[in-house]
Design a protein. Structure first.
Length: 315
């Protein structure tokens, strides 16, 4: 199969039929074999009924329905698990991503050898204050932190080789950082393509300003995991050693001073250096313990189901 189109959605019933028809026309005109996988992330409107109707008309349409809203990352994870295409295309269900971009994204993966191609919505139709400026700041921070030189990490329109989606683990709220996850997994041939961004036709956005706050917190998380996720003792052990060394130096100084330099002076417990030494050695020990616990957890962790599927169609 040439292409799998993975589409996570939440309450997008109005746009689904139009999006399906658009994708099907693009696939047929380019003679692609394809599948469209809709992942209903706990919609409360008639999205699932629409997906069911589309699957009855078109056997290439497949559906996954979550028991409740688990988030976009979990939806993508479920879609990636089911995808069979040589190239996997992800896009949002709100018609702001253009299916006309699919052939060129496909060719960049197959003909030009990219592992991943991310869309860049260079000209946007979003609010400048509410989305554009925070997005630019967010993308700048993501580039500096991750080393992945993309202009638009948040763009939902991306193309992946099958190897990429089968070897990365998208969890939590990490869908924004799939290119970083791919790079950390060893897929370094990452490209970018300017894509058309269209104004929302139906409904309203499901994301508010809080997504940028969560995005920065996730960025810190993925930076930590990429550098120390497989060796937490390297970080916590180094911090523990530094803190313990500072405390030990203060304690050693106090001991020398009391025994040899000023034996008739104040008691050690009456000097502020004593409490600095005590606190820093305790903190240093705690960092060591955190590092050991991190190593133990890393070696004993078990995979845990992160979402519950209620229904599937054609899968």
């Amino acid at each position: 199969m040439n292409i799998s189109v993975v589409i996570p959605l939440l309450n997008e019933q109005e746009s689904l039929t139009e999006l399906h028809d658009w994708i099907a026309n693009v696939m047929q005109s380019n003679h692609f074999s394809y599948e469209i996988i809709f992942i209903d992330d706990g919609s409360t409107d008639d999205s699932w009924q629409t997906i069911t109707q589309l699957s009855q008309k078109n056997a290439n349409v497949k559906g996954i329905r979550f028991l409740k809203n688990f988030g976009k990352s979990q939806a993508l994870h479920a879609g990636f698990n089911k995808a069979n295409g040589d190239v996997i295309i992800t896009m949002d269900a709100d018609l702001q991503d253009s299916p006309d971009e699919i052939p060129s994204l496909y060719n960049m993966i197959i003909s030009e050898g990219y592992d991943l191609v991310s869309g860049w919505k260079k000209k946007r139709y979003d609010s400048v204050i509410a989305k554009n400026l925070p997005s630019k700041l967010f993308n700048w921070a993501a580039r500096k932190t991750s080393g992945v030189k993309l202009n638009d990490f948040n763009c939902g329109l991306k193309a992946y080789s099958n190897d990429v989606v089968k070897n990365i683990d998208v969890n939590g709220e990490m869908h924004r950082y799939i290119p970083v996850l791919a790079k950390n997994a060893g897929f370094t041939n990452i490209g970018e393509k300017v894509v058309i961004h269209q104004a929302r036709k139906y409904g309203s956005t499901k994301f508010g300003m809080n997504r940028f706050i969560y995005g920065f917190l996730d960025l810190i998380t993925i930076w930590f995991l990429s550098r120390f996720g497989k060796r937490p003792m390297h970080l916590f052990g180094a911090l523990g050693f530094i803190m313990f060394a500072i405390g030990f130096a203060f304690a050693f100084y106090l001991g020398i001073d009391k025994l040899f330099l000023n034996p008739t002076g104040r008691l050690i417990t009456q000097r502020p250096q004593f409490y600095i030494a005590l606190a820093t050695m305790i903190i240093g020990t705690q960092f060591f313990v955190a590092g050991f616990l991190g190593e133990i957890i890393l070696r004993t962790k078990e995979s845990k189901q992160r979402y519950l599927i209620k229904d599937e169609l054609n899968l």
